[in-house]
Design a protein around this ligand. Structure first.
Ligand SMILES: Cc1ncc(COP(=O)(O)O)c(C=O)c1O
Length: 390
């Protein structure tokens, strides 16, 4: 199974030994009978394989973890009830008071909010290296560097190889949030990044009907994240949701191809529209990191597009958004349905105005999650909405 498209279908999954069922059964149980006291003791001591309690592990969830470890080229993975549970479990599992976490932004607003609030309460210094650069911001106390493979919502690209090499030279762990790209476009561990995390809620699930997160990396790094995140926080993914992710990932490559095709068409349309000041899409030659994106991303430039109106104000954004018919106004992304949102008043309302300003999150910025509908229909919808502000 060398091709990712084949692995997306088969990795981690086998016909059920008891029934022959091809779809991995939903093992809906809290506890697992272990038969004898001796076997129970051995499982609890980690000396024998076997499940004991679904908070610590469950066969449906394990199939998903195994599939995602395979797709990201990792030794191990651990699934959580949301991307945010995955992020907080990485922080709680691997950082201690006095440590520093450095990030290259802009980050998803919820992630930055989590860093800052958790940092303040638990004595972890949070450093935003977006403006100063990573090299300037690493100190002897830096323990972790956090990046998003494509940033939200301005679709900036980070040179993962450079980030990983610099951090490694300082003995610092790196984590990449690969939610926007998925392993179909980039596999951060291949670039030297230590841990990759996802909000599976987005492209991996793909249908807007399940919330989940996952972290993948070496067995040595996943072990403390699993212990803290499942054992202590109890952020485990339910087997029902795991089933939906297993099903969704089977079509990830096909969906990503359609998302990328649609987003490229939409970006080109917006780039020539008189009501649009600037389009953020790494597939456009005008994107400041187009060359890096071409090197880093394989098979397309993702399904997210952001654009700023010439009339750079909230009222203009509202006029466009409120007229859209095919794009639903909502904050999630990666669904088969197209979605649109106003980051300044939604996803990034929790970060400070100064952070919004230097990350280009203006009042006239609109973010699109381009679904798998026909691009011509999406372009027609945007065209009629933009007539409001020409
Ligand atoms: C890039 C990114 N990371 C993490 C998250 C958090 O994921 P979840 O909503 O599954 O907790 C989001 C949510 O929008 C996101 O966009």
């Amino acid at each position: 199974m060398t091709h990712l498209r084949t692995r997306a279908v088969h990795a981690g999954q086998h016909p059920d030994a008891a029934s022959g069922a091809i779809a991995t059964p939903i093992t809906q149980t809290t506890a697992f009978g272990y038969g004898t006291l001796e076997r129970g003791a051995a499982i609890f001591a980690g000396e024998a394989p076997g499940y004991r309690y679904s908070r610590f592990g469950n066969p449906t969830v394990a199939a998903l973890e195994s599939k995602m470890a395979n797709l990201e080229g990792a030794q191990a993975a651990v699934a959580f009830a949301s991307g945010t549970a995955a992020t907080s479990s990485v922080l709680l599992g691997l950082l201690s008071p006095g440590d520093e976490i450095v990030f290259l932004g802009p980050l998803y607003g919820g992630t930055e909010g989590l860093f800052r609030q958790m940092g303040e309460r638990f004595g972890i210094r949070v450093v935003d290296a977006t403006q100063l650069g990573l090299a300037t911001c690493l100190t002897p106390a830096t323990r972790m560097v956090w990046v998003e493979t494509l940033t939200n919502p301005s679709l900036r690209v980070h040179d993962l190889t450079e980030v990983a090499a610099l951090a490694k030279a300082h003995g610092v762990l790196t984590v990449a949030d690969n939610t926007f790209c998925t392993p179909w476009l980039v596999r951060p561990l291949e670039h030297g990044i230590d841990l990759v995390m996802h909000s599976m809620t987005k492209y991996l699930g793909g249908h807007g009907d399940a919330t989940g997160g996952i972290v993948a990396g070496s067995a040595a790094l996943i072990a403390p994240v699993r212990k803290t995140g499942l054992g202590h926080v109890g952020g485990n993914l339910s087997p029902q949701e795991a089933f939906l992710f297993l099903r969704g990932i089977k079509t990830l490559p096909l969906r990503m191809a359609a998302h990328c095709e649609g987003a490229a068409a939409v970006a080109h349309f917006l780039a020539q529209h008189p009501a649009v000041q600037v389009v953020h899409y790494p597939g456009l030659a005008s994107h400041p990191q187009h060359a890096l994106a071409q090197r880093l991303l394989q098979g397309g430039f993702g399904g997210m597009v952001a654009f700023e109106l010439v009339r750079n104000e909230r009222a203009a954004a509202a006029a466009v958004l409120n007229r859209l018919q095919l794009f639903t106004q909502a904050v999630s992304l990666g669904d088969v349905d197209s979605l649109a949102c106003h980051p300044a008043s939604t996803t990034h309302s929790v970060v400070s105005a100064a952070v919004r300003a230097y990350n280009g999150i203006t009042e006239g910025l609109i973010r699109l999650s381009v679904g798998i509908e026909h691009p011509d229909d999406l372009i027609a919808d945007l065209g009629q909405a933009l007539t409001q502000v020409v």
